[in-house]
Design a protein around this ligand. Structure first.
Ligand code: CA
Length: 227
């Protein structure tokens, strides 16, 4: 899942990006309103976290800009305590939730997960399955054949993408845009390395193999045929 953060306060922005990455999300950070709008319109984000007071374009205008471009991702506003009355304005403009600064990261994470789940059928988002492999999105847990498998945040995000789009051959460029942030360097083999590690964990000790390399095309996770 990909999250856009627009926050001009350096410490808060870095803290959010790092925390969300560690929680298994792909997080991009913009530090001005116009940069945030550009990323939000051109990128494919599942959620946006917007500060209200931003250089260039405030959070309200940014939200209007996103909606005007047809971007319907849920939006969580960050607002200072003395701007609390502004939340009414934000909700009227189509924000989905707000959080008053300073906030505990656990609180933000809970709001983010609730927003991402909202409006989607429960079983479609809480657990993803292929054969005897299960990925629990809320508990961030992966189990195969009843055995718990520990994945890094990146491996988890990779597996989540493969499961959501099972049966589809995913090119490297798509994997990069969905699982790595905007600083991804396409000249490196980080995708191959991460994919090899993921396969070692979820496929090496099990049958049938779920992830397959399609030479020259990308990777696919295939649901095993029922017996
Ligand atoms: Ca600000």
């Amino acid at each position: 899942m990909k999250i856009l953060i627009v926050e001009d306060e350096p410490k808060t922005g870095d803290y959010l990006r790092q925390g969300l990455s560690e929680a298994g999300f792909v997080a991009d950070l913009a530090r001005t309103g116009p940069d945030g709008l550009h990323l939000g319109v051109t990128g494919d984000y599942d959620l946006a976290i917007l500060d209200v007071m931003l250089p260039g374009l405030d959070g309200w205008r940014l939200l209007q800009g996103l909606r005007a471009e047809g971007k319907q991702m849920p939006v969580l506003f960050l607002t200072a305590r003395d701007q609390l009355e502004d939340r009414v304005k934000g909700l009227e403009l189509g924000a989905d939730d707000y959080l008053v600064k300073p906030f505990a990261f656990a609180e933000l994470l809970a709001r983010v997960r609730t927003l991402l789940r909202r409006g989607k059928p429960k079983e479609a988002t809480d657990t993803l399955r292929a054969g005897d492999l299960e990925l629990d999105l809320m508990r961030r847990r992966v189990v195969r054949s009843g055995r718990r498998i520990d994945l890094t945040a990146k491996e988890f995000a990779l597996l989540e993408l493969l499961l959501r789009r099972r049966g589809e051959v995913l090119p490297r460029s798509l994997i990069a845009s969905q699982v790595w942030d905007m600083n991804f360097d396409s000249d490196t083999n980080v995708i191959e390395v991460a994919m090899r590690r993921l396969r070692a964990k979820i496929d090496d000790d099990f049958e049938p193999k779920l992830i397959r390399t399609v030479r020259g095309m990308g990777y696919v996770l295939e649901e095993p045929e029922p017996d």
